[in-house]
Design a protein around this ligand. Structure first.
Ligand code: IMP
Ligand code: MG
Length: 176
């Protein structure tokens, strides 16, 4: 397995991301004061961000994961989304916070919000590490955003290109 792509500059360091996770964790803890939450991570991209954000939340907290994939070419998602690993917890009357790596076209989150609403949760909000608003197609706005990024193909800190680069401890992008 060889890397044929060129990795760009470091856009966000591990320290910057952890600091932001701490700020958002505090905000979430205030917003849901006295309540419990289920953090629902989207596999696989959100796992590194999930690990940071969950430690920054001081509420009664459970975590679960869901995997959804959209079919399209490797760099862009189509509008067709399928759940490939379902939620295992009962979401009825629960505060669900979807933990996402990046909101791009918004197609995945739009689908997931509709999909989860069938489970009758008390509330559903979105906490994303990155937001790429310039590419938005679907009508979806994340409630908690780590950082806004330009229209680049982002890698690292959980985000992949063809399943690689998820292990980079920083956020970068592919050149070209
Ligand atoms: P959507 O276009 O908002 O539906 O994005 C769906 C998924 O595509 C995201 O959750 C990511 O897993 C992936 N994705 C979108 N943009 C990027 C990117 O710049 N780098 C890596 N993955 C991305
Ligand atoms: Mg994702």
């Amino acid at each position: 397995m060889q890397n044929q792509e060129t990795i760009g500059k470091i856009l966000l360091t591990e320290d910057q991301i952890r600091q932001r996770a701490h700020e958002l964790g505090q905000q979430i803890s205030e917003d849901y004061k006295g309540e419990s939450v289920i953090l629902l991570g989207t596999l696989k991209g959100s796992v590194v961000w999930m690990a940071d954000i969950m430690k920054a939340i001081t509420l009664d907290t459970a975590i679960d994961f869901i995997a959804a994939s959209s079919y399209g070419s490797s760099r862009t998602s189509s509008g067709v989304v399928k759940v490939t690993k379902d939620v295992s917890m009962n979401l009825y009357d629960q505060n669900v916070i979807i933990i996402e790596d990046i909101v791009d076209t918004g197609n995945t989150l739009k689908f997931l919000k509709d999909y989860l609403s069938d489970r009758n949760p008390k509330s559903v909000r979105i906490c994303t590490l990155l937001d790429k608003p310039s590419r938005r197609i679907a009508d979806v706005t994340p409630d908690y955003v780590g950082f806004t990024v330009d229209d680049l193909f982002i890698i690292g800190y959980g985000l992949d290109f063809d399943q690689r680069y998820r292990n980079l401890p920083y956020i970068s992008y592919l050149e070209g």
